[in-house]
Design a protein around this ligand. Structure first.
Ligand SMILES: CC(C)(COP(=O)(O)OP(=O)(O)OC[C@H]1O[C@@H](n2cnc3c(N)ncnc32)[C@H](O)[C@@H]1OP(=O)(O)O)[C@@H](O)C(=O)NCCC(=O)NCCS
Length: 384
């Protein structure tokens, strides 16, 4: 009998990576990994992608229901009220080393923004809701401000009253964005807004459950999202498509990778045993945007990659695979793909943090101890 079992009878040892472990209850997001279904607060994500928008989905995730007309107008004013980055944040952005990656910048800059939040230190629910809204509004601006600064350009102020999707593209490129691009970008934000207890959301909840603050919790989440097994995959997908370069070379490239037992970025998922429903929506948008721009090479390479992976493995494309082509078609560089994921997931993270606090108990599991016991300390001068 192991040390932990000896001390107290615990539940059976879970599979590595906590696979299939139910670690708590939540009313925010439902995933059916077998049928390939994703639901936010009762609404199918495909329905929301077609009919809703990112701001309304944020409301849905935070308040648990869709808003009425007047409630929604008031809510949108809250977004407009936080469009500008604190001047101190922009000063900090100017100081980062040129070599720092956008996700590293985001992690540090988001954490620092907590110091200048007007509700800093206020832990009441209404203050936390305002902080969630402020973080959601400001994340895209942080990304575009830093991107411009590191390319020797000044940040651009967003246009009050415009959507988060519009202002992201506007403040990135510095010109009026194409309405179709705004629409597709908005849909990608809707699709990535929440995903149950994924690694970064779990990290956010663990930090929140210690009764730490919202900025610390989302900073934990950003750190977790950064890894290539989680949010970092979409950037790697684009780099892979670039390396392949030609649809005719995709099959050999993928087979070579698989023969070396390498994972193909943008494929596989811990929960889905079929196609990720977000990939289904994004595949169509990737096809449409590519056709509209008359630049179909990346989509064709993606299709060849997908065909080869499907013929040679059991895994399906996930959200990261076709989002890469969509973002590339919008002129967004690959290093911003994961930060955009973070900007969208900010809504889910903060909804989960608020839910955690609504019925909190510190998250503190046990480990099965597999080390030694009953060793006797030998003073250093008596050891060989
Ligand atoms: C997402 C991911 C981390 C899930 O990991 P996991 O749940 O621990 O799954 P496993 O690594 O145990 O994989 C299960 C099986 O699928 C295979 N597999 C999983 N992802 C694969 C991929 N991307 N390419 C090829 N095969 C893959 C594994 O080789 C394994 O096969 P086996 O049962 O024959 O050994 C993993 O699929 C992955 O690394 N994907 C690439 C990165 C990515 O796209 N991440 C974004 C997720 S939204």
């Amino acid at each position: 009998m192991s040390a932990t079992e000896n001390e107290k009878k615990t539940s059976p040892i879970p599979k590595a990576g906590l696979e299939d472990v139910i670690a708590g209850t939540s009313e925010i997001c439902y995933i059916d990994g077998v049928k390939g279904r994703l639901v936010y607060r009762g609404y199918d994500v495909a329905d929301l992608a077609e009919n809703s928008c990112f701001e309304e989905v944020a409301y849905l995730l935070w308040y648990g229901r869709l808003p009425g007309k007047i409630e929604y107008d008031v809510f949108l004013e809250g977004f407009t009220g936080s469009t500008e980055l604190p001047v101190e944040t922009v000063m900090i952005l100017r100081m980062f080393p040129k070599a720092a990656t956008p996700m590293e910048i985001l992690r540090t800059a988001v954490s620092s923004m907590g110091h200048w939040d007007p509700d800093s230190g206020n832990t009441r629910l209404d203050a936390c809701m305002r902080k969630a809204q402020r973080l959601t509004e400001r994340m895209p601006l942080l990304i575009t401000a830093h991107q411009r600064l590191r390319h020797g350009m000044e940040p651009i102020k967003p246009i009050p009253g415009k959507s988060i999707a519009y202002n992201f593209l506007y403040t990135l490129h510095g010109k009026e964005p194409d309405p179709e691009m705004v629409r597709v970008f908005d849909v990608t934000l809707v699709l990535m807004a929440d995903h149950e207890l994924n690694a970064s959301t779990f990290a956010a909840r663990v930090t929140a459950a210690t009764m730490s603050d919202i900025y610390s919790s989302v900073t934990s989440a950003i750190g977790a999202l950064k890894g290539p097994l989680h949010g970092g995959a979409n950037e790697v997908v684009m780099n892979m498509l670039g390396e392949i370069g030609d649809p005719a070379k995709a099959e050999a490239y993928i087979k070579e990778k698989l023969s070396r037992k390498e994972k193909i970025p943008g494929f596989g998922h811990r929960v889905y045993r079929t196609e990720d429903p977000r990939a289904t929506v994004l595949r169509q948008f990737a096809a449409d945007l590519s056709a509209a721009k008359g630049e179909t090479r990346w989509f064709e390479i993606s299709q060849e990659v997908e065909r080869t992976v499907r013929e040679n493995t059991k895994v399906y494309p996930n959200v990261d695979f076709y989002s890469a082509t969509c973002y590339h078609m919008m002129g967004i560089p690959p290093e911003l793909f994961t930060p955009i994921f973070a900007a969208s997931r900010m809504t889910g993270w903060t909804a989960h943090i608020l839910e955690q606090w609504s019925n909190n108990r510190i998250i503190r599991p046990r480990a099965e101890y597999t080390g030694q016991l009953d060793l006797t300390y030998v003073p250093l001068d008596k050891r060989g």
